[in-house]
Design a protein around this ligand. Sequence first.
Ligand code: TXA
Ligand code: MG
Length: 356
Amino acid sequence: MEFETKVISADRQEEAGTTLGASIIRSGGIVAFPTETVYGLGANGLDGEAVNKIFEAKGRPNDNPLILHISKKSDLKKLWAHVPDRAIPLIETFWPGPLTLIFHKADIVPYEVTAGLDTVAVRMPSDKTARLLISKSGVPIAAPSANRSGKPSPTSAEHVLEDMDGKIPLILDGGRCKYGVESTVLSLIGEPTILRPGAITREMLEAVIGPVRLAPSILKPLREGEVAASPGMKYKHYAPDAQVVVIDGTPENISRCVISLYYEKVESGLSVEVLSTRQTRSRYRGIPNTLIGDRENPETMCANLFRLLREIGADCDMILAEGIGTSEEGLAYMNRLLRAAGFERIDADEYVKKID
Ligand code: TXA
Ligand code: MG
């Protein structure tokens, strides 16, 4: 182990924690910190050598670019070649918050951050500890989610410690993340395009700048030879230790399908866990299940998804999880869940027809 990883509570020692964190960042080290979406693993975003340490700690392929985090809107100007007109109302409306914007990079942004691209992703988090850390560091902080590459993103300091113990010197503990899924990533190169859905939905963006496209790979795997608009989308993602299977359809058919699959898998010797929703829970009498949220408020499901994939995925062979279709509000949830499942999805409506 290279480091004795220290965890400092932002609640009780925010000033001391962020001061120590900033001194580590300034001297070229890496620090994990809370944001309103998920925990980030940060380094000085203007120092290519420091940024390389992030890729090493995560085991991240180095063709997958990072997001630069800033603490005030005016810092954007140094990082982009220029600020396009349509970025301004977006920044005024959604920053600070879970929206990442991509545009042409300025020369000071090292290619280690952008993985060789001439564009750079920037966001201004709303989390207070994150902003304090960035402003005390005096540099933009390059930060991906603080998980080992391929694992679910961490939404608590304990989850960061699970993946990063001994690999980094410091974790700032800000408690559970509010949103639980990563920021919406919007490219402003050409037609505005959502590369990764998040809490800021297409509808919300369109209300401000008009038509916004969705990258085709949001809900499906890339085909052989297809180029990812966002390099991160081509990798296996968010996979817990257990196998995840998505069951989608009407709540009634989902629960019938889940019950039937549950007994089938248990009989074949697997230990199976079910993620239920407010709409299906009462149907699972006798089947152990954990409530993930309310289908009518997908953000409640987003807030618990990564946490439950980690916590439940550690103790079973298979997780049966509900899909919520592909409506706009559910997009962030389905994007993560389908990736965690390696796109293994069962159509409950079809399934029930067969067993009826
Ligand atoms: O909420 C978040 O965005 C969290 C917190 C820590 O801020 N960060 C995060 O970073 O999720 P990461 O590295 O796990 O995801 C960044 C995503 C990846 O899918 C990456 O490929 C994409 O953004 N990305 C970054 N720069 C890009 C660029 N120049 N062009 C296209 N995609 C880019
Ligand atoms: Mg990530």
